[in-house]
Design a protein around this ligand. Structure first.
Ligand code: HGY
Ligand code: MN
Ligand code: MN
Length: 413
């Protein structure tokens, strides 16, 4: 296998180390949030590597970054591979970045091995997959797929009130690239995303490659409670409209309502903002986020109803509302791509297992446009969204070898 043989473990590992310096944190993780200066620096670094290899670098109106290696048939629809470079505030150096660097390593291996493909092969870094600074997440791929409206996303605000449109303009100014005209999105023939598993299964079962079959459904909400600011010393409990106490009642009831016996439903309150945030003022307003996931949409639908009932029942004497921010149904990957990932993995004699993804990925949107699949590699103790996230150079390179062989097959079909 020419292309797989040209994948270089040392080069791929070094690129991760170079990228990890951008937004690097004391514990060895990264804080490279979407459309931050660190994100711009990562875009520039990838762009400089790409230009050095003669690949075309372009971006679209939501900031998705594309690195294109031409094929022999300029009219053929491209095959894409990539992930995201933005991270959680206390993120790891592999989540997302591995998919972008494995795709770039595949382009380099094709060059080094002199492997021609009929279709262009394009490495992509999707904008704002994490959705921790600006909601919703997987924004760049969702706009590209036509699932979210570009103008609406440009008006998104981060927790400090910064508008996405302005942050994007600053990022594209700091990391210039040829702007593709018109609304984001172009026809493509296939998409494959490599990613660390972000769970313990591959490591526990001693497998090198995860042949990803599906992604579970996910929904995000914002709950706001409104009370009345009052003096902490003089206001009797009976007279209070404590917005945090209301949020607590609602949250507690939600945790109970989403505790299923087989521990399949995922319910997370990741962020709580209490206003005015003064120790001696009774909170007048509380905002908290909900992230809820399950392999079956009907279960999410049923629990959404319960969440709404709880908000109505537990708010008094405050008022409260729940707003759904996103609802992404479960994704089933194209069997042709899943079988191809498994076949190439077996040809490379790498241990593997079929598995669904608990984490969300850009592939959940792109799967609506073309045959799509994913390749997982293990991460240490399955830890992710944590600065101690870790993987091995050998596993990262193994995933890149499978990726490049799958891309060759798709780009020549
Ligand atoms: O939240 C997720 O599943 C992804 O890691 N952003
Ligand atoms: Mn990710
Ligand atoms: Mn993530």
């Amino acid at each position: 296998m020419g292309a797989a043989g040209a994948i270089r473990e040392d080069r791929l590992w070094q690129r991760h180390a170079d990228m990890a310096k951008l937004g690097g944190t004391p514990k060895g993780g990264v804080n490279r949030q979407a459309l931050s200066a660190e994100d711009a620096a990562a875009r520039n670094l990838l762009g400089s590597w790409a230009r050095a290899r003669g690949f075309a670098v372009s971006t679209d109106a939501i900031g998705n970054l594309f690195v294109r290696r031409e094929g022999s048939d300029p009219k053929a629809l491209p095959v894409l591979s990539g992930s995201h470079m933005d991270s959680q505030p206390t993120g790891g150096r592999f989540d997302g970045m591995y998919g972008v660097l494995a795709a770039f390593e595949a382009l380099e291996a094709l060059e080094d091995a002199g492997v021609k493909t009929r279709r262009p092969v394009v490495a992509v870094a999707w904008t704002n997959e994490e959705g921790s600074r600006f909601q919703p997440g997987a924004m760049g791929s969702a706009v590209f797929a036509g699932h979210y409206d570009l103008d609406e996303m440009l008006q998104a605000k981060d927790w400090k009130g910064a508008v996405l449109k302005d942050a994007l303009a600053e990022t594209l100014k700091a990391a210039p690239a040829l702007m593709l005209d018109g609304r984001p999105g172009f026809p493509l023939d296939g998409y494959v995303e490599a990613h660390i598993e972000q769970g313990p299964r591959l490591e526990n079962e001693r497998k090198t490659i995860g042949v990803v079959t599906a992604i579970q459904g996910s929904r995000r909400y914002i709950v706001t409670t409104h009370g009345e600011e009052a003096h902490a010393g003089t206001t009797p409990r009976a007279a209070r409209k404590d917005a945090f106490a209301a949020a607590l009642r609602i949250a507690q009831a939600m945790y109970e309502a989403t505790t299923d016996k087989d521990d399949t439903l995922r319910f997370t309150i990741g962020r709580v903002d209490v206003a005015p945030g003064s120790p001696n003022t009774v909170p007048g307003r509380t905002v908290f986020t909900i992230d809820m996931r399950h392999p079956e949409d009907a279960v999410l639908e049923a629990h959404e109803k319960k969440l709404k009932e709880i908000v109505a029942a537990k708010a008094a004497p405050c008022s409260a509302g729940i707003e759904r921010v996103t609802a992404v149904p479960p994704t089933i990957f194209d069997p042709m791509v899943v079988d191809l990932v498994r076949a190439k993995t077996n040809e490379l004699t790498l241990s593997n297992m079929d598995m669904p993804s608990g984490a969300g990925h850009d592939a959940m949107h792109i799967a609506h446009l073309c045959p799509t699949g994913m390749i997982f590699v293990p991460c240490e103790r399955g830890i992710s969204h944590n600065e101690i996230e870790n993987a091995t150079p050998q596993d990262l390179a193994a995933g890149a070898r499978v990726l490049v062989e799958v891309l060759v097959e798709l780009a020549n079909r």
